[in-house]
Design a protein around this ligand. Structure first.
Ligand SMILES: [Ca+2]
Ligand SMILES: [Ca+2]
Ligand SMILES: [Ca+2]
Length: 666
């Protein structure tokens, strides 16, 4: 059944937190932030400085199977919506609440909506989110021998374009496993690597591009035994001594027995499969060169292993661990599962009503968003501290619904029950609902970006972080509209370039997504102090739009670095009420009245693609010889409903819920 457990993993440039010679380093490991559950991004003070004793690499499984043809499918197939409409549908696969029969289903709705893989808006946001979080490499899925060349080309071209624009993007590699894996890999090798296509995006491991594959190609999740036709077979090379390929098995075998010599010479190869205690009759998890994309923790033999014993080794060195938000519905191991308590009792929506959250130290209702299983795996993986952490997955979202009793897509015997129920008429293998899925990419509604933020927080614990830059002294800023004096301020707070890209692309089932909210592309900010004022500087990639525009160039300030005071932490806002071309309003959030209240009219100057604002220090409560506060810029959010409003429209600097932290000493 694990035919469907298809996953690709990618790894990143060894030891290089930032890649590409011209790509700018946003210093996102110095950004601060608080997620919806109140968890803070740990800074270098808490996790230590960037660890330099060895390279630490994070890869994530990046699915590309949301293909363009899915636009033509009828009806949205979303399990969470089905179960909300009719809880009885969790048992009866023929309930009218299921708009289709079997086939592929979303477990829930993505923040982007039901997107397709070639949507460049989605690709760009994915790449900047993953880079911000510290992910180094994407692993593209070829585990079922399906090559998504159209999707890969769009994604890889978009990544190259982002690099040209000065952005950092992850690297990529491929993971093949089931079916004719030797032929599949040969095809991918010849299409991309042999032609040196997208070469600057290849992920290297051990000095060569990394390839994740099946090192026992005669055995796969379907039992194996498939033939691997050789696309380069040359009958003449078998007998003709004058043939340049005479005697070369890369050409003389009609069907491959193993990977070709050019493939084995070209790549660093690692076996990659689910972390079973045994696979194919041999010990698997925690053994030499056998990487995992998740762990079979509900198997006591696996659960009894120590964190280090769960890591695969290479020449005896701890090389790889996998970290996932959950396992599978078929193993009843969801997001709230723990070794000590296993899966909590499920309610009529097949979600736990409550569970104890160790990192919070209390029991909560609707625990699926709290990352219980995820944090346990993170803690163990960080304790093992391997060279490579593999996350599964970013954006799988969909999984097959199958009739009970049959193996997926075949007449072979399959599971007789689902989630412990013998009367279920169907089952899901990989993803099912909010509790049973492994998606890290933000969801719409549900638990939004909890898993993204938890990933970013834990990558920092794994890698360490650079110290937050410090500003020193008074800076003679002449507030005269000539912005040249800002060149003397060297501490820069940077944002992704051209993340104002507009969306215009088909989605699943007849949907079409348009988002033209990208307007002013914020690229750089600075802060300066004198005795009376804090000066803010901001630069955009093109001339600023008129100050009369909706939600124009908002400056949000968390003056006490406390996410519990103000509007989601922000105590002040500037530009929410712009007076004219040189005067704007400083407003303070009134928790009592739940609205922004004017504090003072203050001055700003703009010229071309630059702007400066002077805010009296005493109004912010930032007098004295040192000050620390958090801030961010946001242009054209549709509304200020919640922090997700800062993630889905316009541009924010820094991205999403992150803030810059300004530290200043006299
Ligand atoms: Ca930007
Ligand atoms: Ca605050
Ligand atoms: Ca941005």
């Amino acid at each position: 059944m694990n035919r469907l457990c298809t996953h690709l993993l990618a790894a990143l440039l060894i030891g290089m937190p930032f890649i590409g010679a011209k790509a700018q380093d946003l210093m996102s490991d110095t950004w601060v932030g608080t997620d919806a559950l109140g968890r803070h991004m740990p800074t270098s003070k808490e996790v230590g400085s960037l660890k330099k004793d060895k390279a630490r690499t994070v890869g994530i499984f990046y699915v590309t199977w949301h293909t363009q043809d899915l636009h033509n499918r009828s009806g949205i197939a979303d399990v969470s919506k089905v179960l909300q409409a009719d809880p009885e549908a969790r048992i009866n696969g023929n309930s009218p609440a299921w708009p289709g029969g079997m086939g592929s289903w979303h477990w829930g709705e993505p923040e982007y909506g039901y997107f397709l893989s070639r949507d460049k808006y989605v690709i760009r946001h994915d790449m900047s989110m993953l880079t911000d979080a510290g992910v180094d490499v994407l692993i593209f899925d070829v585990t079922n021998a399906v090559c998504y060349y159209d999707e890969w080309d769009t994604i890889l071209e978009t990544m190259e374009q982002m690099k040209k624009e000065g952005n950092t993007v992850p690297k990529i590699c491929f993971w093949a496993y089931n079916g004719p894996v030797i032929t599949t890999i040969q095809n991918v090798y010849e299409k991309y690597y042999k032609k040196e296509k997208y070469r600057d995006l290849w992920f290297y491991w051990g000095g060569k591009p990394l390839l994740l594959c099946n090192m026992r190609p005669d055995l796969d999740a379907n039992g194996g035994g498939v033939t691997n036709p050789n696309p380069n077979f040359d009958a003449d090379a078998v007998t003709n001594t004058a043939n340049p390929h005479y005697g070369n098995t890369d050409y003389t075998e009609k069907n491959y027995k193993f990977y070709t010599r050019e493939v084995t010479d070209f790549f660093t190869m690692r076996n990659m499969w689910w972390g079973y205690y045994e696979w194919g009759g041999k010990r698997y998890v925690g053994t030499e060169d056998n990487w995992t994309f998740g762990l079979q923790m509900n198997d006591k033999s696996v659960a009894d292993l120590s964190p280090k014993q769960l890591a695969s080794t290479h020449q005896g060195r701890l090389e790889e661990c996998s970290v996932t938000p959950a396992q599978h519905p078929i193993s009843i191991t969801g997001k709230s599962w723990r070794r000590q308590t296993s899966e909590p009792k499920l309610n009529q929506y097949d979600e736990p009503d409550s569970a104890f959250v160790p990192w919070l130290g209390k029991t909560v209702k609707n625990p699926s968003g709290y990352g219980i299983y995820f944090q346990d795996r993170w803690d163990e993986a960080i304790q093992a501290d391997p060279d490579f952490l593999y996350l599964n997955d970013w954006n799988e979202w969909t999984a097959g619904k199958y009739p009970i009793g049959k193996a997926p897509g075949s007449d072979a015997d399959g599971p007789q029950e689902f989630l412990g129920r013998k009367n279920n008429t169907f089952f899901f293998v990989d993803q099912y609902n909010a509790e049973f899925n492994r998606t890290i990419e933000p969801a719409r509604g549900q638990y939004t970006d909890n898993y993204y933020m938890q990933m970013a927080e834990n990558i920092r614990r794994y890698k360490g972080a650079r110290p937050i830059p410090v500003n020193h002294g008074f800076t003679p800023i002449r507030f005269d509209g000539n912005l040249n004096d800002w060149q003397n301020v060297t501490t820069k707070y940077l944002d992704t370039r051209f993340d104002t890209f507009h969306r215009d692309h088909d989605g699943y089932s007849g949907l079409h997504f348009v988002n033209n909210s990208g307007r002013n592309d914020i690229v750089e900010s600075k802060v300066a102090f004198n005795a009376a004022n804090v000066f803010f500087y901001v630069q955009t990639s093109a001339a600023l739009s008129p100050c009369t525009d909706h939600n124009w160039m908002l400056l949000l300030i968390d003056a006490d670095c406390n996410s519990k005071t103000g509007w989601y932490g922000y105590d002040f806002i500037v530009n929410y009420n712009v007076k004219n071309s040189s005067q704007t309003t400083l407003m303070r959030y009134s928790a009592k009245e739940k609205q922004w209240k004017a504090v003072a009219v203050i001055s700003y100057r703009m010229k071309g693609n630059e702007m400066e604002i002077a805010v009296p220090r005493k109004l912010l409560g930032l007098l004295g010889n040192k000050a620390t506060f958090d801030f961010k810029w946001a242009d054209n959010p549709q509304n200020l409903k919640d922090p997700i409003s800062l993630c889905t429209d316009g541009d924010t600097a820094p991205n999403r819920r992150f803030n810059y932290r300004c530290i200043w000493t006299r």
